[in-house]
Design a protein around this ligand. Structure first.
Ligand SMILES: C[S@@+](CC[C@H](N)C(=O)[O-])C[C@H]1O[C@@H](n2cnc3c(N)ncnc32)[C@H](O)[C@@H]1O
Length: 218
């Protein structure tokens, strides 16, 4: 089953400021946490990068990078292009990520990036993305995933309330129908990935991971 497509066009321009007003720089720090470990990457597939703040930083760090950025939002992709260097080798695709993966020739990437994107999908879609992405990966490719999480212990209830609040806000602003975090760990593990790095912040409510296909792990 496919969730109804949200429309991020209306909030694309204020998105950065809405983020800073609600959660300060916490998401930014989380997105950028593993950036220094991606210096040797040359070919990236970036799904749902929104206004491209992460990709701009990646190009600044890796000027020889080639990237494909996929997003359903036309305005987000315009901002992404604007934020990235004008001479960057960047191809933008206004498409549903699942359709892109199913219909695009299997170029081999050494990096996949999904920051706060998988949590816009239902579980079956995350499972499908994890399965479909493997043929796009060069040996040793990394997949960086950043998302919200519900920690155990004292922070479980505050994190749960925060996530509920954010889903409600996105439902009102974009029509997003997803209302609970998918279990992306389970999806990636079932597709043969193993986690090689993990960073947790914001009292456990933000998690950034690096994954590799298990046969690619030394
Ligand atoms: C919550 S925003 C995250 C943006 C950015 N990655 C960040 O870290 O803030 C989700 C982004 O994914 C895009 N998106 C949502 N569903 C999508 C889908 N099925 N395929 C491609 N892009 C999608 C939205 O247009 C939006 O730009």
């Amino acid at each position: 089953m496919k969730a109804a497509q949200p429309d991020f066009d209306l909030i694309a321009r204020p998105y950065r400021w809405l983020e800073y007003m609600t959660l300060g720089r916490a998401l930014e720090r989380s997105r950028l946490h593993f950036l220094p470990e991606l210096r040797d990457r040359t070919s990236a597939l970036v799904l749902g990068d929104g206004d491209g703040r992460f990709l701009a930083r990646l190009f600044a760090q890796n000027p020889a990078l080639q990237a494909d950025a996929v997003d359903t939002s036309r305005v987000m992709l315009e901002l992404l292009r604007h934020n990235c260097p004008s001479d960057a080798v960047l191809r933008t695709h206004q498409a549903d990520a699942l359709i892109f993966l199913a219909t695009t020739p299997k170029i081999q990437y050494d990096l996949v990036v999904t920051h706060f994107f998988l949590d816009c999908l239902i579980q079956s879609e995350v499972n499908e993305i994890a399965r479909e992405i493997a043929p796009f990966l060069a040996p040793g490719a990394l997949w960086v995933v950043t998302d919200f999480a519900i920690p155990s212990g004292a922070m479980r209830i505050p994190a749960d309330l925060l996530v509920r609040f954010l889903y409600l806000a996105f439902r009102i602003l974009t029509g997003l129908r997803v209302s609970r975090l998918p279990d992306h760990d389970a999806a990636l593990q079932a597709a043969g990935f193993i986690r090689v790095r993990q960073h947790s912040s914001f009292f456990g409510a933000l998690v950034s991971d690096i994954w590799k296909l298990s046969e690619a792990v030394p």
